[in-house]
Write a protein that binds this ligand. Structure first.
Ligand SMILES: Cc1ncc(COP(=O)(O)O)c(C=O)c1O
Length: 392
């Protein structure tokens, strides 16, 4: 018996939420939105209840994280990742991209190199550039259907480009890899050797599928913890992106101070009260909801795999180890990126992210968000099946 209804289709039009409304004029109205990384599901009932109570109270004054917020957050990471966070290591921020900006400014000076592996979540490059740091890219290698870090290239890029900071995406959006402990240790050791600080974006850490395990970079060894700024957030896991709540966890005191300074310079101080309330309820009561969600998402992945086999038009799915963002290899279709995007939008009537926006190695791929009711995914697959008939 399932307790939560992920099959429920919720009309998200005219909510001001970008997945359905933003730039809608620019996309065919009948294209199913499967692009930006939020889910078509309601947040857990306890989150909704605690938000309702706050709204009914009716006063929305400046807020601060309280003792029960910290207990809930610390317990979540201890229970799920065996990570002992101390409250004074945390800096509360409005979002992970905000955190990336502050962490970049604190660890690299203008013109200095910031390394990351592409294809990756495109704001990495944008935020490095907008802070006038130098983007340094090590391209992931696709070997036998699995993405891997090219450690030789990774280290060479550090040596050749005055790199001070590495931004890790773990699990990795969009290639859906859950880096194993050895891979993380290799990256961590190279960074230590060259005195490169790590910003570890672990926002997708709760989306890990059977047979894989997320390891928090900072838990591998003390020196890694000392060298790392970990970015976490409940907003992806529990689907409340617009409530703006995230944390940076930094056990190294001087690094913590430098990052805090960069946050303060932006003028940001008190976090969103609604974000804190939602986060506390989610971390405290959200386990059962998340466990069921993960099963549901794996059901969607199964449907996607079966449909791709059935359609058999040359598009193949990179095996997802984590995240709800699927990486579709469409290279054998031999379409340009524009043609590929148009094929999905106008023929298959599915609104996806074009792989090329994720940088090097993204061309010829599409990213599909499968965090939707199964019926929606099923329609998308039927659409694709029809559209595939038009491919020569
Ligand atoms: C890897 C990664 N980092 C950060 C974010 C966004 O985080 P936030 O909304 O907290 O800025 C996303 C959203 O998709 C993401 O995939």
């Amino acid at each position: 018996m399932t307790k939560f209804n992920f099959d429920l289709t919720i009309n998200r039009l005219n909510t001001g939420q970008i997945k359905y409304d933003y730039a809608r004029y620019d996309k065919p109205l009948d294209a199913i939105p499967m692009w930006v990384a939020d889910m078509d599901f309601k947040a857990p009932p306890e989150v909704l209840e605690s938000l309702k109570k706050t709204v009914e109270h009716g006063v929305f004054g400046y807020s601060e994280p309280g003792a029960s917020y910290w207990t809930a957050l610390l317990n979540w990471y201890k229970t799920r990742f065996d990570w002992d966070i101390q409250k004074n290591w945390a800096i509360t921020v409005p979002g992970v991209v905000f955190a990336l900006g502050a962490a970049i400014r604190a660890t690299a000076r203008k013109g200095e190199g910031v390394l990351f592996c592409q294809p990756v979540y495109y704001p990495f490059e944008k935020i490095i550039r907008s802070n006038n740091r130098k983007p340094v890219i090590s391209e992931l290698k696709l070997i036998n259907g699995k993405y891997e870090v090219d450690f030789e290239d990774f280290e060479n890029k550090i040596k050749q480009n005055n790199v001070k900071t590495f931004i890790l995406c773990s699990p990795h959006n969009p290639v859906s890899r859950v880096w194993n402990k050895q891979e993380l240790a290799n990256m961590g050791e190279i960074c230590l050797k060259h005195n490169v600080k790590i910003i570890s974006d672990e926002i997708h850490c709760d989306f890990v599928y059977a047979g894989h395990k997320h390891t928090v970079m900072a838990t591998i060894k003390e020196q890694f913890a000392y060298n790392t700024i970990t970015c976490i957030s409940p907003t992806k896991t529990f689907n409340f992106a617009n409530l703006h709540n995230a944390s940076m966890i930094i056990s190294n005191e001087s690094l913590h101070g430098a990052v805090q300074q960069e946050c303060l310079k932006t003028g940001y101080s008190n976090p969103s009260g609604l974000g804190l309330i939602a986060a506390q309820a989610a971390y405290r009561y959200g386990t059962a909801w998340l466990e069921e969600l993960l099963i549901y998402l794996q059901g969607n992945i199964k449907l996607l795999k079966q449909s791709m086999d059935d359609i058999n038009c040359g598009i193949s799915l990179i095996n997802p180890e984590g995240t709800y963002l699927m990486w579709l290899d469409c290279r054998t279709l031999k379409l340009t990126d524009k043609e590929l995007e148009n094929f999905f939008l106008t023929k298959a009537k599915i609104w996806l992210n074009c792989g090329s926006i994720f940088g090097l190695g993204g061309s010829g791929f599409m990213r599909m968000n499968i965090a939707c009711p199964r019926a929606t995914l099923d329609i998308a697959m039927q659409n694709l099946k029809e559209a595939a008939k038009t491919l020569s």
